[in-house]
Design a protein around this ligand. Structure first.
Ligand SMILES: Cc1cc2nc3c(=O)[nH]c(=O)nc-3n(C[C@H](O)[C@H](O)[C@H](O)COP(=O)(O)O)c2cc1C
Length: 395
């Protein structure tokens, strides 16, 4: 796959997500430097972390990455939705029960998602271009996620190939697709994912608009030219042009992906109850409530504010995954109490990757699981699968 100058102009003009993956427009670091561009300014850490909280971990990651690489994770627009993703958790205070006779030993955070047993209700969200964060890219992130024992969702915008990512993780895995205008490329991608051992296809529905923070743009979109979408790289058996994104996504695409892959299809980024009902009618096997971590469209509600109505629209027919703003064990508690079956971690995984490589990713899960266990114990709830809306003071 070659992003030509024409592709570049088209994407910048249309503001597609893929523009975050384009060759840099202004050099931010070391063309021709001794360090390969993929590694220059990215971390190569591999160590265990002592995590106090994710705000501190974020600051650690900021200190380790060049400003452009850090800004790659930034929010869209004014960052209103990004901030709202955190603030709105405050709209759902927890109503703890006391004297419930529950001890540490009774706390059980295991769950199931699409028939897959998980040690805790947290999975890794699909995120593109981990080569921006760590020299080892997605291979390191997926290894860390597998070491934590949970599910890795491989982004269609990964720098590594889906096969290399699949081999690196010992855990379950799903493949997320950014649909291409060429339906044969879509068919080829999902069949390839199935052959590589992915057990579900995630269709991302909310990434048709700008996906870059103002800071990333201000810094000249410092994307090293050699960090390509790995699945499309001809040098690695790839084909098709990643940047030729299909914009006219429709409910019919769910059926196409199901038929083409023979796998369950999870639709990510849908929030309107009517869209959710239509996704279900079109054959979606799970709904993923998300606003892309405020990285696509600014001005939409905080994701947690949309979860209750989404869960009601699903009406228990299929599982619900939730992401955008999960930073604390109590956030996981609240999302599950509102009706999500599992949550996905986005930026905290990348911060852990930057600070500690695969070990850091594993530590992110250990930290959040510890906080979740404490929240359950202090609320008198033994099992995550027992969480209900009655465990919240207001809904
Ligand atoms: C750097 C970055 C890249 C992302 N790339 C993708 C992607 O390729 N596909 C996708 O479906 N979502 C992508 N997302 C969105 C995440 O899957 C997830 O929805 C979001 O990160 C959750 O918000 P949080 O990070 O604030 O918790 C990306 C997010 C970030 C921060």
């Amino acid at each position: 796959m070659n992003a030509t100058r024409r592709d570049v102009m088209k994407l910048i003009g249309a503001g597609a997500l893929g523009s975050a993956m384009l060759p840099r427009v202004a050099a931010a670091q070391g063309a021709g430097a001794a360090v390969p561009a993929a590694a220059a300014g990215a971390s190569n850490a591999e160590r265990d972390l002592t995590i106090v909280n994710f705000d501190m971990l974020e600051e650690e990651a900021r200190g380790l990455l060049t400003p452009g690489r850090f800004a790659f994770m930034g929010p869209a627009g004014d960052g209103w939705t990004y901030r709202e993703n955190r603030r709105a958790f405050g709209d759902y205070p927890i109503m703890p029960r006391r004297l419930q006779g529950i001890s540490d030993a009774a706390i059980d955070v295991r769950t199931q998602l699409l028939g897959q047993g998980l040690p805790f209700p947290m999975i890794t969200a699909p995120m593109g271009a981990h080569g921006m964060i760590h020299a080892g890219g997605e291979v390191v992130t997926s290894r860390g996620t597998g070491a934590a024992g949970t599910l890795y969702v491989s982004s269609g915008a990964s720098n590594a190939t889906m096969e290399d990512i699949a081999k690196a993780t010992s855990g379950p895995k799903w493949f997320q697709i950014y649909m291409n205008r060429d339906m044969e490329i879509n068919r080829w991608l999902v069949q390839r994912a199935r052959a590589a051992g992915y057990t579900a296809i995630v269709l991302t529905a909310d990434a048709l608009g700008p996906g870059q923070s103002d800071e990333f743009i201000r810094l000249g979109r410092p994307f090293p030219p050699n960090l390509r979408p790995g699945n499309h790289d001809p040098a690695r058996g790839g084909r098709g042009n990643f940047f030729e994104l299909k914009r006219d996504l429709s409910f019919g695409d769910i059926g196409f992906l199901r038929e083409a892959s023979g796998l369950p299809v999870v639709v990510k980024g849908v929030v309107h109850p009517q869209d959710i009902r239509q996704c279900h009618a079109a054959g979606a096997s799970a709904i993923w409530v998300s606003n892309h971590g405020g990285r696509q469209m600014d001005g939409v509600p905080g994701a947690i504010s949309t979860l209750r109505d989404a869960v009601d629209a699903v009406a228990g027919r299929v599982p619900v995954v939730f992401d955008s703003g999960i930073r604390r064990g109590i956030d996981v508690f609240k999302a599950l109490a509102l009706g999500a079956n599992a949550v996905a971690l986005g930026r905290p995984v990348l911060w852990g990757l930057a600070a500690g490589g695969a070990g850091g990713v594993k530590n992110v899960y250990a930290h959040l699981t510890g906080e979740l266990r404490t929240a359950l114990l202090l609320s008198g709830v033994a099992k995550v699968t027992d969480l209900r809306r009655e465990h919240l003071a207001r809904i």
